[in-house]
Design a protein around this ligand. Sequence first.
Ligand code: ADP
Length: 162
Amino acid sequence: MKRIAIYPGSFDPVTLGHVDVIKRAVRLFDEVIVAVAESRQKTPALSVEERVSLIKRAVKKVSRVRVESFNGLLVEYLKKKKAQAIIRGLRAISDFEYEFQMALMNRKLYPDAETVFLMPAEPYTYLSSSLVKEIVRLGGKVNCLVPDKVQAALNRKFRKKS
Ligand code: ADP
């Protein structure tokens, strides 16, 4: 049986922390599907198409990874993809409560799936998409924290608004 994992998130924008988690996940699974949530409620800075394309670019050289967008219930998407696991990243204790709640809720909705938590390499434990956006919004550089082209995409977005 092919072991398939889904790594869902907003990825607004993708950071090197996300990429680190993706690389760890492909060591454990035959295929990893990065599932970019449309997240209309969160009003993302980047469109879902932009987020998908930036991740595709970032994982171009990593084999067995697919990047797609999705909306609706994660567990339904898992069933459709015949995936057995959900990947989530854990950076600090502060992530734990929300992630724990989500994992147990998803288990309730679909008991056959397991949530697997992966910790990124240490330099990425303080890194979040919202912090990255805040830095760019204030005119700072995030090149060493995000994959290629992400800074440019955010610059375009925030310059347009100001
Ligand atoms: P969501 O809106 O679902 O929280 P995110 O894109 O913020 O979407 O995060 C997706 C997943 O990646 C979450 O499990 C989050 O904890 C994890 N994550 C975010 N940033 C990092 C990072 N720097 N290192 C490791 N995992 C991370």
